[in-house]
Design a protein around this ligand. Structure first.
Ligand SMILES: [Mg+2]
Length: 233
């Protein structure tokens, strides 16, 4: 006797619903204010010159953070107080998250920013979202360290290598949508299946020949996906 059932015609991978992952940048994307910039401007006097080198492509974010760390002065409560007053979540993001969950799309945040403010802002709005970022470690003397558990050893430019994260998730999903706005989004945008980009990223994508769709807020993206991906549920 053979106890193993014979697969019926048509069973197998083709019958599985498509699996889709939405990867979102945080600063300037989920949060309309670039909290990383606001935060360093407030607590790391003299950081602007280092930021100019970063924006000009002379140093990567990992090296920039390492140079900024000795300039930083603040404790956890000062940081959290500032972040919760200054943050501006995209008002359409909570609804977009509900839309994704309704469609069974996974959504994860990938950020070259810092865990302390991402966690605080998501908690403020009661949003339970998996995120990947650099870490800020508070010391007792109002000084801090940065840690980069998600850097790429092969490249090393960014604190968090979003391209490596996308590659890591690739085998679990049929399609990956990427949403971003800036320099740290350029590499993952090159290998995503669909890209939504705000102006700086969009301009670089155009130069690189990476197809991308411009957007203003998460309401635009929801409407676009509603049209382009039929609801199969
Ligand atoms: Mg950004």
């Amino acid at each position: 006797m053979n106890d193993h059932p014979i697969p019926s015609p048509g069973s197998g991978l083709k019958c599985q619903p498509e699996t889709l992952l939405v990867l979102c940048d945080f600063d300037g994307t989920v949060c309309r204010v670039d909290m990383g910039n606001a935060f360093l401007e407030r607590f790391a006097e003299g950081w602007e010159e280092i930021d100019r080198s970063y924006a000009a492509g002379e140093v990567g974010s990992r090296a920039a953070y390492s140079r900024i760390a000795p300039l930083f002065r603040a404790n956890r409560s000062q940081v959290l107080d500032f972040v919760l007053r200054r943050e501006r979540l995209d008002p359409h993001f909570p609804e977009f998250l509900r839309f994704c969950r309704g469609r069974k799309f996974d959504l994860k945040i990938v950020s070259d920013g810092l865990d302390v403010y991402i966690e605080a802002i998501l908690r403020k709005y009661g949003l339970d979202v998996e995120f990947y970022s650099n870490r800020l470690l508070f010391r007792e003397d109002d000084r801090i360290d940065f840690a980069f558990p998600l850097a790429s050893e092969a490249c090393g430019r960014c604190g968090t290598c979003k391209r490596s994260l996308l590659d890591r998730f690739r085998s679990d999903y049929d399609r990956i949508i990427y949403i971003g706005d800036g320099y740290s989004d350029v590499c993952p945008a090159r290998v995503a299946d669909l890209v939504f980009a705000k102006p700086i990223l969009h301009e670089i994508c155009v130069t690189n020949g990476t197809p991308s769709l411009p957007y203003h807020d998460f309401g635009d993206i929801r409407r676009s996906l509603e049209k382009s991906i039929p609801d199969g549920s």
